[in-house]
Design a protein around this ligand. Structure first.
Ligand SMILES: [Zn+2]
Length: 510
């Protein structure tokens, strides 16, 4: 049986069918059935039934496929309920049916693991208290008495031509004062992260096997270069001869995340004061539950946040009383902000789909829209021809008005979308600060999207907060032309010591 070519659709009129003989009609109906079946099969394919990667699966349908379960609502559906959906119950049920997953880490009773190579110490640093705790009198090396503690620190030295691992022994001494009080020096203790019921909480301290430069190096491998904890371990052993446990590696990444949190809070305050903010969001998974990763990008700041897709999570990022401009896609949560630019790249892509699809007259509408929107962007950028811009605006609007009652649903929907959001579509024409596309925010999310595909997201609330804060710090540094790793090293050192955290320097004048 000859297969039906898709272009044959467009050659058909209803009237043609009535003239066909019975046999040909039956034949045609059967070929349509075959085509419909092929398309329906293709539509139903996912990672479990084809060679597509799991990341291509619909995030809202993962639970039905037995993948990491998810909860949520449709892309343009009301952003309202979150956890209280049937999907959640279904997931809980499958969780209890299966044997409980093994928790990460070593099993109880397994033999321990010790360092095989002795540490070769290349430097010693002695810490003697400077002032007496009791009377504030000055102390010094000459009043030093016994040693109270010592520990080793591995660190990296960044020389002009490369990296070197060095081991330092830190020795802490007590000193006795003329008043009779003995003061002991001790490693600094800084930020912490406590979670109810956890066996060991995260406490940043100078008493740590991994020095600040090595810690930020590990965080860079994991966060910027997207290596898993195990790959980082393999890398350190293979290239630096450094043997560290996965837990230690994880700890370094979390230390950077914890230290980044207060800095990210300050960055959020800066975003709220900005004139123009680019916003976007992408799916994110936290132990299999569907969440969203939001990003807000301004000229010199990038801030991420992992949360639900509801308005409150957007407000937590940008604030209630944001006065500037938003550049966004068409997602509903953005809609009621009065000063807004719609991303034209999205609209151009939708128009492109019409132009290349089988929509009859709708295809021409799509083609015109693609051409006119692109021209509009060029004309406004060059800023030399006001009359041409006015003509283009009038033509786009007229074109949409002609198609807002079109029979094809997709054609009608795009025309109405543009008309309903007209002020936001053309805001950039009158406002030179605005860019007509949301590329800044979308580019910022690309990195995280790839990371999500590799790692399947984060596991805990704490991990999500740390991840978002770390990325905010790294990307803001990069945006401002500041070396994120030198800054990160200083940040970790300050957070361990408990001293005040450095803030990211403003952009250097170009
Ligand atoms: Zn004293």
């Amino acid at each position: 049986m000859p297969r039906l070519r898709i272009p044959e659709f467009t050659e058909f009129e209803r009237a043609d069918l009535s003239g066909l003989p019975r046999q040909e009609l039956e034949d045609l109906a059967w070929r349509f059935r075959e085509l419909a079946r092929t398309l329906a099969n293709r539509l139903g394919e996912d990672s479990t039934t084809s060679s597509r990667p799991p990341s291509s699966d619909d995030p809202y349908r993962r639970d039905q496929r037995g993948g990491p379960g998810p909860v949520g609502q449709g892309r343009d559906g009301g952003a309202g309920q979150d956890a209280a959906t049937p999907g959640r119950e279904a997931q809980d049920k499958t969780d209890t049916d299966k044997a409980p997953a093994k928790p990460p880490g070593k099993r109880l009773g397994m033999p321990g693991h010790w360092r095989r190579e002795p540490i070769v110490v290349s430097r010693e640093i002695e810490h003697v208290p400077v002032v007496c705790e009791a009377c504030q009198a000055a102390l010094g090396a000459e009043r030093r008495s016994r040693q109270v503690s010592a520990h080793h620190v591995f660190d990296l030295e960044r020389g002009a031509m490369g990296l070197q691992v060095i081991a330092t022994r830190h020795r802490y001494f007590a000193a006795s004062c003329v008043c009779g009080h003995a003061t002991a020096a001790s490693p600094g203790v800084g930020l912490h992260s406590r979670i109810e019921g956890r066996k060991r909480d995260l406490q940043l301290s100078e008493r740590c096997l991994v020095g600040p430069t090595l810690a930020i190096f590990i965080a860079a491998l994991a966060l910027r270069f997207r290596l898993s904890r195990l790959k980082v371990q393999e890398f350190l052993l293979g290239w630096l001869g450094l043997e560290l446990g996965v837990a230690t590696i994880n700890r370094c990444i979390h230390e950077f995340g914890r230290a980044s949190e207060p800095v990210a809070e300050d960055l959020i305050a800066e975003v709220r004061a900005a004139e123009v903010v680019h916003l976007d969001e992408t799916p994110w998974y936290q132990s299999g539950v569907l969440l969203w990763l939001w990003v807000a990008v301004t000229v010199n700041t990038v801030v991420y946040r992992i949360g639900s897709r509801r308005k409150e999570d957007l407000v937590a990022l940008v604030g209630h009383a944001f006065l500037g401009w938003w550049v966004t896609d068409g997602y509903m949560a953005y809609r009621d902000h009065p000063r807004r630019q719609r991303c034209l790249a999205h609209l151009i892509r939708k128009a492109m789909a019409l132009a290349e699809g089988y929509y009859g007259p709708g295809s021409a509408f799509g083609r015109d829209l693609v051409r006119d929107l692109r021209r509009l962007i060029e004309r406004v950028r060059d800023g030399d021809n006001d009359a041409a811009v006015k003509r283009l605006l009038a033509r786009i609007k007229w074109n949409c008005q002609c198609n807002e009652h079109e029979i094809e649903q997709k054609v009608r929907a795009l025309a109405r979308e543009i008309l309903n959001d007209w002020e936001a579509v053309i805001a950039f024409v009158a406002e030179p600060l605005l860019s007509p596309t949301n590329n800044d925010a979308e580019r910022a999310l690309r990195h995280a999207v790839i990371a999500r595909r590799i790692s399947f997201g984060t596991r805990t609330d704490e991990g999500s907060r740390f991840y978002a804060a770390s990325l905010s710090v790294i990307d803001t540094c990069r945006k401002r032309g500041v070396d994120p790793w030198i800054y990160g090293r200083d940040l970790i050192a300050a957070a361990r010591k408990g001293s005040s955290l450095p803030s990211i320097p403003a952009k250097a004048a170009a």
